[in-house]
Design a protein around this ligand. Structure first.
Ligand SMILES: Nc1ncnc2c1ncn2[C@@H]1O[C@H](COP(=O)(O)OP(=O)(O)OP(=O)(O)O)[C@@H](O)[C@H]1O
Ligand SMILES: [Mg+2]
Length: 248
């Protein structure tokens, strides 16, 4: 269980997160929605400690994540796989190697340095790629793939990392509808099959409604909605998206 207790984050005078308290059960698929600047990315970054919260705590099961240091902090970051809008693959490396890189978090420095992977690890990476319909592309350079394919490679790499959480920050913002669907299906598949909790920042409300059983709506760093998609009435949508509602 992931628990955020009174989490706040300020950048100078700007409160990007304002007293956020939320609890996520194992295996949830949560869509986090809100206008640009609402604090969605800051929320994910405070969870994996890319940002230090200004106040409040993050707990995972009985661990106070906000207090972790050194090796324990590195382990927590490895437990939280991030998926970014821009895929963040190593474009010149082949797809298989990009997926295997997910394992580096768990390796000694020396074997990481030389990217030495066992046959078992290679077989696992190929199996994950096959699952996302990418086995044929395994030996291609990552930069030769379409955006949707690259994002699925990023999800395969995340899975190879054996994370406890997947934090996806607008994973489909650069993709057309068809590729978006393939990527969201891949995330939904990982959530359903491995039972990994997925927190997914999304701009598109329709996509959030389609894939997420729970939606968290943010406005100016605060939580203004937390519930099923069916509970998002017009007034709440208006509050979350304001003038932008027509555009969503
Ligand atoms: N590193 C930073 N330094 C200063 N201000 C920041 C920083 N990161 C975020 N902010 C500010 O915090 C607020 C929340 O930003 P955040 O990126 O979390 O919003 P978001 O909901 O992810 O927006 P978007 O949909 O555009 O990605 C914004 O006002 C932003 O300008
Ligand atoms: Mg963002």
């Amino acid at each position: 269980m992931l628990k955020l207790a009174g989490l706040s984050k300020s950048f100078g005078a700007r409160r990007a997160l304002d007293d956020v308290s939320l609890t996520f059960q194992p295996g949830e698929f949560v869509g986090i929605i809100g206008r640009s600047g609402a604090g969605k990315s800051t929320l994910l970054r405070c969870i994996n400690r890319l940002h230090e919260p200004t106040a409040g705590k993050v707990f995972f099961n009985d661990t106070d994540v906000t207090a972790l240091k050194g090796a324990a902090l590195r382990q927590w970051r490895a437990d939280c796989a991030m998926i970014f809008q821009q895929f963040n693959l190593s474009g010149r490396l082949d797809v298989l190697t990009n997926v295997l890189v997910g394992r580096l978090q768990k390796r000694s420095t020396l074997s990481s340095l030389f990217m030495l992977f066992s046959e078992d690890e290679r077989a696992a990476a190929v199996a994950i790629l096959a699952r996302f319909d990418l086995a044929d592309a395994a030996l291609q350079r990552a930069e030769t793939l379409s955006g949707g394919q690259q994002q699925r490679v990023a999800i395969a790499r995340a899975l190879m990392q054996e994370p406890k959480l997947i934090l996806a920050d607008e994973p489909i913002a650069s993709l057309d509808p068809q590729n978006s669907e393939a990527v969201m299906d891949a995330l939904a598949g990982v959530n359903a099959r491995e039972g990994i909790t997925v927190l997914c920042n999304l701009h598109d409300l329709d996509v959030a409604e389609q894939y997420c059983r729970r939606i968290v709506g943010m406005e100016r760093g605060r939580i203004v909605y937390d519930g099923p998609p069916t509970g998002l009435d017009h007034a709440t949508r208006q509050r979350i998206y304001g003038q932008d509602l027509k555009a969503t």
